[in-house]
Design a binder for this molecule. Structure first.
Ligand SMILES: Cc1cc2nc3c(=O)[nH]c(=O)nc-3n(C[C@H](O)[C@H](O)[C@H](O)COP(=O)(O)OP(=O)(O)OC[C@H]3O[C@@H](n4cnc5c(N)ncnc54)[C@H](O)[C@@H]3O)c2cc1C
Length: 254
């Protein structure tokens, strides 16, 4: 059982409207964190249930997470100031499986808030191709950070106001017609996850998907966040918080 940690907020910014970039001092979490794992955060006095937010980056004792304000919980979280202590449990869940001996041509694809756990992942991979999708130019984030840790980073916007005009999945599909790829990692909205799952199946490429599901306890007890899988050939309900959030695309039913 993970302990709650009171973590001091040491850095806070709002890189684009409604999206907050927080760095907390959390040595115990930093020591264990794997790419794709998440934090379960008590967002404030008015919100009883914790909210899951992915680990974006780790440097020494510092843990970074980035979140978009969606409702009451993330709005309260955004109101913390530098110097405040935030109650966090983590790292939780089962992150991305990385094997740089096996996979020499990894591709990473993220959409919207799904890009945040992919930064730490990209740092660990061998020269990944990174494809990022956003609604429009004013929502584009972290492009330079991904560029610094990838062989190539491409950006798509749904409205064509920046980079490729269209969906990130189309851009990945085009790239894979010309480049080798032996594994795809994805995090983002369900339509993107489904499209990536189909592309990987069609090309018979290993693929890992990080699911976003509403959660209760975050530690596998309450069963709020189950998803359907065909684990080891059997129909099975799995808990996104405990067995995931990362699943093998061949096993998860979206
Ligand atoms: C493993 C995991 C990692 C996540 N990592 C991040 C992250 O790094 N950055 C980030 O911005 N968000 C992340 N999320 C989503 C984040 O947890 C939700 O946006 C947040 O819980 C919303 O809480 P709220 O109280 O602000 O909004 P609520 O009032 O609870 O909901 C507001 C809106 O958000 C939707 N929503 C709530 N929870 C989720 C969810 N889990 N998935 C999709 N939609 C949801 C609701 O349907 C509603 O439309 C992650 C979710 C999971 C499961």
């Amino acid at each position: 059982m993970k302990q709650t940690q009171l973590c001091t907020l040491v850095k806070k910014s709002e890189p684009i409207k409604g999206v907050f970039d927080f760095t907390v001092e959390a040595p115990a979490i930093a020591a264990e964190a794997e790419a794709g794992q998440f934090l379960h955060i008590l967002c404030g006095r008015g919100v009883f249930l914790r909210r899951p937010i992915s680990i974006c980056d780790v440097q020494d004792k510092l843990v970074r997470f980035v979140f978009e304000v969606k409702g009451e919980g993330t709005r309260e979280l955004s109101e913390f100031s530098v110097g405040d202590k935030i109650d966090i449990i983590g790292p939780l869940g089962h992150g991305f499986y990385v094997d740089n001996e096996k996979y020499k041509h990894p591709a990473v694809i993220g959409g919207g808030i799904g890009i945040f756990p992919l930064l730490k992942l990209s740092q660990k991979l061998y020269e990944p191709l990174v494809v990022l999708g956003f609604r429009s130019a004013d929502r584009v984030m972290m492009e330079e950070e991904f560029r610094a840790v990838s062989a190539k980073t491409l950006v798509a916007t749904d409205d064509g106001s920046y980079g490729y005009d269209g969906y990130a999945i189309e851009l990945l599909g085009k790239e894979l017609m010309e480049s080798e790829c032996d594994v795809i990692y994805c995090c983002g909205p369900t339509p993107l996850l489904k499209a990536v799952q189909s592309l990987a199946a069609e090309k018979n490429i290993d693929c890992q998907l990080s699911l976003e599901q509403r959660m209760g306890c975050g530690i596998g007890a309450c069963l709020v966040c189950t998803c359907k899988t065909t684990h080891e050939g059997m129909d099975e309900n799995m808990r996104v918080c405990k067995n995931g959030p990362v699943f093998d695309a061949r096993e998860v039913i979206l």
